[in-house]
Design a protein around this ligand. Sequence first.
Ligand SMILES: NC(=O)C1=CN([C@@H]2O[C@H](COP(=O)(O)OP(=O)(O)OC[C@H]3O[C@@H](n4cnc5c(N)ncnc54)[C@H](O)[C@@H]3O)[C@@H](O)[C@H]2O)C=CC1
Ligand SMILES: O=C(O)[C@H]1O[C@H](OP(=O)(O)OP(=O)(O)OC[C@H]2O[C@@H](n3ccc(=O)[nH]c3=O)[C@H](O)[C@@H]2O)[C@H](O)[C@@H](O)[C@@H]1O
Length: 470
Amino acid sequence: MKIQNVCCIGAGYVGGPTMAVLALKNPDIKITVVDINKVRIAAWNDSDFNNLPIYEPGLKEVVQEARGRNLFFSTDVEKAIDEAEMIFISVNTPTKTYGKGKGMAADLKYIELSARQIAKVATTDKIVVEKSTLPVRTAQAIKNILDHTGNGVKFQILSNPEFLAEGTAVQDLLNPDRVLIGGEESEDGKEAIEALVNIYATWISREKILTTNVWSSELSKLVANAFLAQRVSSINAISELCEVTGADVSEVSKAIGMDSRIGPKFLQASVGFGGSCFQKDILNLVYIAKSYGLNEVADYWEQVIIMNDHQKNRFAENIVSKLYNTVSGKKITFFGWAFKKDTNDTRESAAIYVADALLDEQAEITVYDPKVSEERIYADLDYLNTRSPEENRRLVKIVNDPYIACQNAHAIAILTEWDEFKEFNWHKIYSSVIKPAFVFDGRKVLDGRTMKQLGFQYTAIGVSIFNSTS
Ligand SMILES: NC(=O)C1=CN([C@@H]2O[C@H](COP(=O)(O)OP(=O)(O)OC[C@H]3O[C@@H](n4cnc5c(N)ncnc54)[C@H](O)[C@@H]3O)[C@@H](O)[C@H]2O)C=CC1
Ligand SMILES: O=C(O)[C@H]1O[C@H](OP(=O)(O)OP(=O)(O)OC[C@H]2O[C@@H](n3ccc(=O)[nH]c3=O)[C@H](O)[C@@H]2O)[C@H](O)[C@@H](O)[C@@H]1O
């Protein structure tokens, strides 16, 4: 089966870049990405490619080439569904904030709405592809909704989870470790799988395209994120031990990572992992395990989140204790607000929680982040509901110049590992801050020895206070 018309519901961090690359590599397939968010669609269609709603290195160039040729962004959801032979569902699946499973389970209301909309509009047979990250067995629910439309249309459901990481989305899409496609084991199922394999095979070698049953595919996505987050929590747990024993966590990471069975990636100690998915997907995994009565399994994975919360808290506590047990009325400069470098995404960023803890202690915070907007930072703080929006605006200032951000600061905290922080004129910064000049490096981006030579009281995650050389 040769697919000629594809629709993707959801023009977010996954739908936008994924479909842009699919369109780039399949110029003969018409791909329409739809969203109910008019502002987002307008930004995808902006004549200035610098105004795309998502910042990802290389994305602008891909959209520039494909948009208007075979890639389209639209708010006309029904038309795009009707015309498509294959429909990707790439809507958000946040943690539930109400009712049963609150704070743990995935909220599938946007998935259900998408399925209902497909059921309502479809007049020809469709392949529906789960691109969003979903609890295992969601395909069953989608199939139930679709199969009860009563209009004779046949649907095949595939699971095709996305493994891209933000900041490297385009590279990850162009050169993925693997593509995973789960489908029904029937003849129709196999045909649907093959149709999707063919789309990816235009640029990815077939050995990297893995096909499984639907449930393995759905579950593998949750498990992949859980394993990755577990590595971060594991090394972060060790970072605390390093701080009290004189070991240096970077040296430990290197030493263990050289064992080919462990490997060097994802062993970077930090102020805690953020991002829209790690926490949400592990909580979802925990919820699923509990719902099957697998309490030990649930407890095991929950510990990854507990450790991550602890890491964020202790970073904030350390700042307070080093600043003579009070930050009340003191200016703390944050370098970085995004959850990692090279993205403007701030969802679940450690910076939000560290800021909240310091604001509780009556600190005044000035933020510099090269990509995150002022509105976003205030929205993140307002969302917590810890204090009024007016209070957040009074206590938190956002500036575009890192040197102005540091003037008269009592401490500088590094929350995101932006490369440019290494290139700053730290000598100039030293002269403008209040002494002793404290720097708390939550990402280990700076060279400890140089910082100390410049006169800073420099503390980094996972480095012992007794170890003055690193
Ligand atoms: N952000 C990431 O790096 C990754 C995310 N994922 C998964 O992909 C899914 C999507 O994530 P993001 O793209 O980050 O979310 P997002 O929030 O950036 O985008 C989702 C979009 O779907 C739209 N939407 C919701 N309901 C709709 C409907 N009924 N009709 C039309 N549009 C609708 C929203 O307006 C929004 O623009 C989630 O399940 C997430 O877990 C998977 C891999 C990576
Ligand atoms: O499902 C998802 O949303 C995606 O989640 C992660 O991607 P992402 O969250 O974009 O970014 P990561 O590079 O995984 O980083 C996540 C967080 O962990 C932190 N991290 C990562 C690695 C590390 O060694 N140390 C560390 O603290 C990062 O700073 C960041 O806050 C996964 O890497 C992707 O494979 C997956 O598709």
